[in-house]
Ligand binder design. Structure first.
Ligand code: 6R9
Length: 674
């Protein structure tokens, strides 16, 4: 049951008990917080679900609208039985998110405030941009893009590492009404090509190379290969705007295609530092972000402007208890949704000072994050459990040698945080005084859905706690029946919230079947979830064929199709297996062409093919040679059994008698350490 006002009061009373699993915020923290008690949350939450139109209109009024939205404030149909799935917020309103991030904050007197502290890969290599300077840079790029013919509704692919030019490019697109699609700069040429062919961008923006830790990654070469591949498939890109990232690679040694490739530094600085805003409808698309699903083809998640703007700004403010003097650092890359909503848009909409870090968090050593925290006096630090676990392994000394006294709030995202990592984060990194906002949400949801409001209620290590304003989570059983009270099942959401995704680009049908058909009437998240006696939500991981590796979503089908593209691999089945640092690791069972012997060399070439097809982050941790796979008589691979073999839970194999050939199971067990 989502807490209504009444339930929240009861919850507050129940939580006052001496439960050792509860971690209370300090009184000082609560006193200064935006939401200081569970009762106050209850009042606001109650209104947000009883009167969503009024609640969100009041908040939306704090933004700049060229023209106010019409009526109704929102319209939605999340019930497939009633026809087409449809979500709209603030339709008819004309606004611009770039204007709201920059011009609006400058007009209110924050022009000289630092918008971005940029920290390079090498310690000592850094730069800053004030809000005024950021606006000037954004306008120059926006003018250039307009000049080469990019206009409202055109797609732009951005393949950049965490340089300042990445948020600049996103904001420049938004300013002129173009739709950005950022591709994480760890994806392979083939993955970029696939995205280019899907959204047919007018221009691709990249840089020549980047240094991450001790390694140089030649991004332009990867883009070249992608553009060659898309051209072979009939999609030609006229302009590849390339930023010279001088500290990684000099211009002179960058491979170049005359006529198509343009150096950013040669053209962009020549353009005026002001650029008129393209006023767009609240429901006009802002960006496309591709994410993995249960089938092979990545899904182009589409977000629109108005609702996304209002919701990301509001969640940022409340979940991190953001105040104007805070210095905020989110370690996520803008290539993922976290970087969209909580590096670029949410913080800038709030006029925040943001740290953008190019490098690797363990370079030159495991203390780098805390070095950066002290250098910029970071007060809100938002990261992923996988990073927490990997730093935890290096020992406390890397942390304690830094002061970290500026820290006030910590955050976690990407996967469930295991209680031991939570406690280390809380006690060692935060010295036991900083609340942790464990934010559960998804590419599809656009912003935080279930999250602590630090200061309002106690946390429980490993639980994302309670829903954000306006969010109505429900837990259903396999028949789609809503469960009450303490329960466990599938996490769904009933009725819409402003930053919900509106469709999958070019495939509304897939949007409806993937997310709204399993449990009619609800948005299905793909996650399993428990709710405890206090109403706290505990996410238990994906229930579909998506693996969460270091907080990155990877579809098993994508990895399988990469593996079977290897000439000597006839079949592959991929499952997730527990991994100490990454959360989940990728475990691949492969069947080879008849007569081909399994060898170390072949293992390496199978891994290589996945790196080439998807990207290094999707490389399997383990390849398990499988002369046969456990299949039902109808030919369906029994992944349940493969998961047990992968996790070495051999006494939990269950009934194998329904298999077409039960002997393959023993064979697989015998080959486990091959
Ligand atoms: C923001 C983001 C979404 C999936 C989601 C869930 C997992 C994210 C979590 C979490 C437990 C959290 N997830 N945050 N699970 N607790 N705080 O990560 O988006 O890349 O689309 O992944 O990540 O399984 O369904 P995305």
């Amino acid at each position: 049951m989502a807490p209504s006002t009444k339930n929240s009061v009861i919850l507050g009373e129940a939580l006052a008990s001496e439960d050792v699993n509860l971690v209370f915020p300090t009184e000082d923290f609560s006193r200064q917080a935006h939401v200081s008690s569970i009762q106050k949350y209850g009042e606001k939450y109650g209104r947000s679900v009883e009167d969503p139109a009024g609640f969100w209109s009041d908040i939306a009024s704090g933004f700049y609208w060229k023209q106010k939205w019409g009526q109704p404030v929102y319209a939605d149909n999340l019930d497939i039985r009633k026809g087409k799935i449809n979500i709209e917020w603030f339709k008819g309103g004309k606004t611009n998110i770039c204007y709201n991030c920059l011009d609006r904050n400058i007009k209110s007197g924050n022009g000289d405030k630092i918008a971005i502290y940029w920290e390079g890969n090498e310690p000592g290599h850094d730069a800053t941009l004030t809000y005024n300077q950021l606006l000037a840079r954004v306008c120059q790029l926006a003018n250039y893009l307009k000049d080469i013919g990019v206009g409202k509704g055109d797609a732009v692919i951005i393949y950049l590492p965490m340089l300042m030019e990445l948020p600049i490019a996103m904001l420049a697109c938004a300013r002129i009404g173009a739709i950005h699609s950022v591709v994480f700069a760890g994806f392979s040429a083939e993955s970029i090509a696939q995205r280019i062919m899907d959204c047919k961008p007018k221009v691709v923006i990249t840089c020549n190379a980047v240094r991450r830790g001790p390694k140089t990654i030649f991004l332009k070469d990867i883009v070249d290969a992608a553009l060659t591949e898309s051209a072979q498939n009939g999609i030609n890109i006229d302009v590849c705007l390339t930023f010279e990232n001088e500290s990684a690679l000099k211009k002179e040694v960058t491979k170049w295609v005359e006529g198509r490739d343009i150096w950013w530094q040669d053209v962009v600085p020549k353009y005026p530092v002001t650029c008129e805003v393209e006023w767009v409808d609240a429901e006009d698309p802002l960006f496309l972000l591709y994410t993995s699903g249960s089938t092979g083809k990545p899904k182009g998640v589409l977000h629109t402007t108005g609702g996304y703007m209002v919701y990301t700004a509001t969640t940022f403010k409340y979940a991190f208890d953001y105040k104007s003097k805070d210095i905020y650092w989110c370690t996520a890359d803008c290539g993922w949704i976290t970087g969209h909503s909580y590096v670029t848009y949410g913080p800038l909409l709030n006029g925040a000072t943001n740290v953008v870090f190019e490098g690797a968090p363990n370079y030159p050593d495991a203390g780098r994050c805390w070095d950066i925290v002290d250098k910029y006096k970071v007060s809100i630090f938002y990261t992923a459990p996988t990073l927490v676990r990997s730093l935890m392994r290096e020992g406390d000394e890397y942390v304690t040698r830094y002061s970290r006294k500026s820290l006030r709030v910590l955050g976690s995202v990407g996967e469930p945080i295991n209680p031991s990592a939570w406690r280390w984060f809380f006690n060692v990194v935060g010295d036991g005084r900083c609340p942790i906002s464990d934010t559960w949400w998804q590419t599809e949801t656009g912003g935080f859905m279930i999250t602590p409001l630090p200061g309002a209620w106690p946390q429980k290590p490993g639980s994302a706690t309670l829903p954000f304003f306006g969010v109505q989570p429900v837990i259903v059983d396999e028949k789609g029946v809503e469960l009450e009270g303490e329960c466990s099942g599938y996490l769904c959401v009933k009725s819409s919230w402003p930053s919900a995704f509106r469709t999958l680009y070019g495939d509304h049908e897939r949007y409806q079947t993937t997310y709204f058909s399993a449990f009619p009437g609800y948005y299905f998240t793909g996650d399993g979830c428990n709710r405890d006696k206090d109403g706290y939500y505990w996410l238990t991981g994906r229930v579909d064929d998506v693996i969460n590796v270091s907080g990155h979503r990877i579809g098993t089908a994508e990895v399988e199709s990469a593996l079977v593209s290897h000439p000597q691999c006839v079949e592959a089945a991929v499952v997730g297996v527990e991994h100490e640092v990454k959360g989940q690791g990728i475990y691949a069972f492969v069947t080879l062409t008849e007569g081909v012997p399994y060898s170390e060399e072949l293992r390496k070439s199978l891994i290589k093919v996945v790196r080439e097809k998807i990207g290094a982050f999707a490389a399997p941790d383990k390849i398990h040679w499988a002369p046969g796979l456990p299949k039902t008589r109808s030919g369906k691979i029994m992944r349940r059994i493969l998961r047990k073999i992968a996790s070495k839970s051999l006494d939990e194999l269950g009934d194998t008698s329904t298999l077409a050939d039960p002997s393959v199971v023993d064979q697989l067990i015998a080959l486990a350490d091959c």
